[in-house]
Design a protein around this ligand. Sequence first.
Ligand code: 3PG
Ligand code: CO
Length: 555
Amino acid sequence: EVNWKLADHPKLPKDKVVAMVVLDGWGEADPDQYNCIHVADTPTMDSLKKGAPEKWRLVRAHGKAVGLPTEDDMGNSEVGHNALGAGRIFAQGAKLVDLALASGKIFEGEGFNYIKECFETGTLHLIGLLSDGGVHSRLDQLQLLLKGAAKHGARRIRVHILTDGRDVLDGSSVGFVETLEKELAELRAKGVDAQIASGGGRMYVTMDRYENDWNVVKRGWDAQVLGEAPYKFRNAVEAVKKLREEPKANDQYLPPFVIVDENGKPVGPINDGDAVVTINYRADRMVMLAKALEYEDFDKFDRVRFPKINYTGMLQYDGELKLPNHYLVSPPEIDRTSGEYLVHNGVRTFACSETVKFGHVTFFWNGNRSGCFNPEMEEYVEIPSDVGITFNVQPEMKAKEIAEKARDAILSRKFHQVRVNLPNGDMVGHTGDIHATVVGCKVTDDAVKVILDAIEQVGGIYVVTADHGNAEDMAKRNKSGQPILDKNGNIQVLTSHTLQPVPIAIGGPGLAPGVRFRKDLPNGGLANVAATVMNLHGFEAPGEYEPTLIEVVDN
Ligand code: 3PG
Ligand code: CO
């Protein structure tokens, strides 16, 4: 039984309005021309940094500080928001899958036994993101899964790939497909009929999120399940190379293709009696496909065929929905999040972002849990994102609308916590368009100002931070930090997140005098923020939470 009652903070008052602002993809890095935050006009964020040194600091947002396997793992929104909301560091999906593969336990569990039922007579299909980005999936895990499946009796395997270019460099897809082809050739040499069956770019095929655009999932379904796509190739390396030749083509947005045999017949549609594994461990961009594969009743698009398959996720993507029912590795159990505690202690909460980041400040924030804890205490508002565009053509996104919703929520005085995610630094940063990302950073800064002004009006408190780095560095660099140039003197554009720390600033007229950042937590990370915010709401954090970043000195 959880004791939900939080102790009163000995010095800090309750009932202040706290704005909790998460700038997505907003890290801190040395100024240069590829630091879009530096290049952009960002007076509000600049003033927070320059204003009061004891109210601005950096926190770690990558690697072990957010539960990732190594310090070489860049941060991401899932683990970042999990840490921000849960106040503790949980071993995340990447790590849990590593452990299950290393121990071999993955091949002994319920999920694997379930797919194994099909190995005699059916095909094993593996669907997922093909890269070593480590945000949603990892190639080395796929390789181990392939080897293990073959060893445990899979006779016929088909891989449905989604090319990346978002968590890794654009153009790296070719190398990843080559590596996978080698792996599959080795399996064939051992008598396993193993091939790539279909593919497409992650942002155009399958990996939509938060139900922004079901067409994306449908394109994948047509290729993966029905074996239908606008492009047909005999070989996946050739497919990716050819499709990349189109003007403006990139890995993230490659069109769907299927691999066909010498008679032009697709080699790997999904049929009755087959087994399917979605190999991504991260939920947000797999859960839509999981619904299509699992739900008997489904009306998001016409599936044409609904094959009777044994489907498992790499992880269970949604514990509340039990989706999917079968999975290879148990997800982290992120319980007793700050959101749940605060609701039990009378803190009324408003959360808002636009669709592409909506689940970040709700689902991820609440420990991968859909919906509110208590609808009477919470209001979650989703602003519809623009659909079918890349955000470099619309770098403003919905930042202004999000800020205005937050402002109205603050001024309404109905809520104690007003929480938003401002997506621009991240979503525009991922396009690799430096110019547009600079615009996105400026727009973000404007949005922060709107929120801080509202906090000023109601005598509230603000916490401004970020979930991981992205827009502060758009160049791939060598070990000494210099951009890597090609023979024409061009940089390799970094579309991915970074290893950089992120800023956190506190302030506002409601912040009690004497509140400042402690000096004894130089390695503080995102997981320290939850206790900090609980304090600002007038509560002590639970004992097992990572320590608060603030102290109150008498003056
Ligand atoms: C994505 O899914 O868009 C990227 O892989 C990671 O971005 P996010 O962690 O900022 O959502
Ligand atoms: Co991102």
